[in-house]
Write a protein that binds this ligand. Structure first.
Ligand code: PLP
Length: 390
């Protein structure tokens, strides 16, 4: 049992530890099979290239794609940038309108803001109080000059799962490209780019027990064949779409992590839901606790709630020695702002600040959940009873 020497880690939406099995798969590629996959003239290159190809096939199979449709990137941030800016640049003569959602990750919203500064028109759809978009809103937002719709598969704060297949269908009926940021979804929910009519999909390894610094963009090559303007120019790797020497160990680890996630998905999802519901049952004994996001259409390991009558910073500080979680505020550039996701679902600034995001993962135990619940309840009660709390 954790004796509080180190906080219990419950921040799996931020990142996850590398699974030992993933690590074991990666290690030979740092020292023994270290060749550059682009070195076609000798065995070191061939060995690395074979490993990359195998990983590419494994990743493609995981999402029902073909290996040629996988473009390796440094993570989901780069994949989102490549998808959004790459499509915008390639389809300039088709239109300059892009539709996205207010609750997207900044790695989607910021490229859109950037494009707006270049003269593109961006429609940012609102969400309902449960965090889901209204499909009628999406339909109404689509125009003849709409070139791209970008809607995430699973939200990184409130875990909400958007109706991806229905969105894909709406887009394809109108010949509009559909991009989804699936950084939080891969390995956790089934993803099939054909059944869901996805044209571009951003992935990353470090949210699913793989290494940081590696991800991919799925780019559809048939029906329709997606055009993409490269955003990194250089050696012409990844068929010219993304130059840069491929990171063999990370790519091998990425594929291993996704495979483990898929192999263990059904049992692990059931286990995480049990832990998540257990935590919520404990906490929900308190008054003035509000769940953020849809109660069931969400990631198994996600619990996000707001606490009435406490100061958000004090709450996080009180928990810090015992449990590593995130709050509903982002400390960017030394300025604390309430979460744009919680604002979008209609939470007041006070409730957005006084929120906690628990990301329960593969290595958390029932004992840890009970310990954390006890600590959170004690902290909330103490803050509420303290006249000088705020
Ligand atoms: C973590 C995350 C990202 C950023 O991924 P990186 O690989 O860290 O660049 C983008 N989108 C979502 C939804 C995320 O959760």
């Amino acid at each position: 049992m954790n004796t509080f020497s180190h906080p219990i880690y419950l921040d799996c939406h931020a990142t996850t530890p590398v699974d030992e099995r993933v690590m074991a798969a990666m290690i030979p590629f740092f020292t023994q099979y270290f060749g550059n996959p682009a070195s076609v003239g000798h065995q070191y290159g061939w060995e690395a290239e074979a490993a990359v190809q195998q990983a590419r096939e494994q990743l493609a199979a995981a999402i029902a794609a073909t290996p040629e449709e996988i473009i390796f990137t440094s993570g989901a941030t780069e994949a989102n940038n490549l998808a959004i800016k790459g499509v915008a640049e390639a389809y300039l003569d088709r239109g300059r309108h892009i539709v996205t959602v207010a609750t997207e990750h900044n790695a989607v919203l910021d490229p859109c803001h950037y494009l707006r500064s270049l003269g593109f028109e961006i429609t940012s759809l609102p969400v309902q109080p449960d965090g889901l978009i209204n499909l009628a809103d999406l339909e109404n937002a689509l125009r003849p000059d709409t070139i791209l719709v970008s809607v995430m598969a699973a939200n990184n704060e409130i875990g909400v799962l958007q109706p991806i297949a229905k969105i894909g269908s709406l887009c394809h009926q109108r010949g509009i490209l559909f991009h989804t940021d699936a950084a939080q979804a891969i390995g956790k929910i089934p993803l099939d780019v054909n059944a869901m009519q996805i044209d571009l999909m951003s992935l990353t390894a470090h949210k699913i027990y793989g290494p940081k610094g590696i991800g991919a963009l799925y780019v559809r090559r048939r029906d329709p064949r997606v055009q993409l303007a490269p955003q990194l120019h250089g050696g012409g790797h990844e068929r010219g779409i993304r130059s840069g020497t491929l990171y063999t160990p990370q790519i091998v680890g990425f594929a291993a992590a996704v495979q483990l996630g898929i192999d263990e998905r059904v049992a692990e999802t059931a286990r995480l839901i049990q832990l998540r519901d257990r935590l919520w049952q404990h906490l929900n004994q308190l008054d003035g606790i509000f769940l953020n996001g849809h109660a069931t259409q969400r990631l198994a390991g996600n619990l996000n709630f707001s606490v009435e009558g406490v100061d958000g910073q004090a709450l996080l500080l009180g928990l810090q020695p015992h449990v590593a979680v995130s709050s509903g505020s982002a400390c960017t550039a030394a300025k604390v702002t309430p979460s744009h996701v919680l604002q979008a679902i209609g939470r007041s600034d006070a409730l957005a600040y006084a929120s906690l995001r628990f990301g329960i993962g593969r290595f958390n135990t029932k004992a840890e959940i009970d310990q954390v619940a006890e600590q959170a309840i004690a902290t909330i009660k103490a803050l509420r009873h303290s006249a000088i709390a705020f």
